[in-house]
Design a protein around this ligand. Sequence first.
Ligand SMILES: NC(=O)c1ccc[n+]([C@@H]2O[C@H](COP(=O)([O-])OP(=O)(O)OC[C@H]3O[C@@H](n4cnc5c(N)ncnc54)[C@H](O)[C@@H]3O)[C@@H](O)[C@H]2O)c1
Length: 363
Amino acid sequence: MNLKSPEYVTGHGLIKGKSVLVTAAAGAGIGFSAATRAAEEGARAIVLSDIHEGRLSAAVEKLKAETGLAAVYGKVGNVAVEDDVRALVDFAEECMGGVDILINNAGLGTSKLLIDMEDDEWHRVIDVTLNGTMRMTRYMMRVMKARGQGGVIVNNASVLGWRAQKEQAHYAAAKAGVMALTRCAALEAAEFNVRINAVSPSIVLHPMLRKSASEELLAELESKEAYGRAAEAWEVANVMMFLASDYSGYMTGEILSVSSQGSWRLWLDAASPCQTAPGSRRRKPIFAARNGTQTVSRRPRRDRWAARMWRAWTQPAIRCDGFDKKVGGRRGRGAGRANTRGGRCIPTSALNKSLMGVLGEKV
Ligand SMILES: NC(=O)c1ccc[n+]([C@@H]2O[C@H](COP(=O)([O-])OP(=O)(O)OC[C@H]3O[C@@H](n4cnc5c(N)ncnc54)[C@H](O)[C@@H]3O)[C@@H](O)[C@H]2O)c1
């Protein structure tokens, strides 16, 4: 498989004979891809739903034409409206003889600094993204419980539920809420054989998203991914199909990152002020906490040493401005070489300084 330019994965019958309901399925992104994948993975019937009537009927026709599945139905609905949610689930139950799999894809965001945000904008994003997912999940759980044959719900969260990004307080709060909802609802639903999990994608570029975010931001986000590119919508849909299938039978309440989250974590680690530069002979604890007046290590000495060596060999050298003087990187002869060899220069920010305080590093 070419990671930079992936080839489309053919269906493997993962959800053979199942019925599927997908919300927000008439756009250019993950929703329609999930519906397409569901057909390719052997679904017997699919209901597409979306708030946009025109695009929805076009999507139904397109899905039929592209996959050859005849049992494709459309129902207009806004996930933020309880009556629409009930009507949608009831419609899907009736025309497919029960919903086996619900894909809660609907969610929306805007970009706005929190200090400029009005209540309306905050509420709109929370209402569609978090409350909409809650409404769909709640009513589907009631229906699945009453039917007594189990089922699967797959929610669509976002890595922003974990990560911070400027201008995304509302969307990030909503997606963190979707993650929490997924975990808690899953515990309750397990009692009647319903599994609930979520995918957490990083970035999927499509024409609608390109209209709502700057090219510079999208390019920066792509560049931080391990493959230097956004995911294809179908790559997220693949993971949704795994969660919808019996292959993930032991999983519930889980949030599955569809991203290179690990690489972001390394990137964040690299900005830590407490990291020892390669070549440094500093032997103070890397992570430490204050205990009364003493600074004590949280890890045994040998672990600390191993972790430091691992980082020294696998990560680029970091130099925080002021690092030598204040935190105890090598001083005097060789200090410059030890702290800058082959690495980037990261200025000591206010955040780094406060982190030093939290971690109890002696300054
Ligand atoms: N695109 C990304 O980079 C990305 C990254 C992480 C998470 N997500 C999440 O994935 C999901 C799908 O996003 P996408 O960007 O792939 O677009 P998409 O094409 O899957 O969804 C867009 C569709 O949602 C519909 N919609 C909007 N509000 C609705 C509502 N209230 N009720 C019903 N339908 C509604 C729109 O009419 C549009 O057709 C969202 O929950 C989004 O937050 C997207």
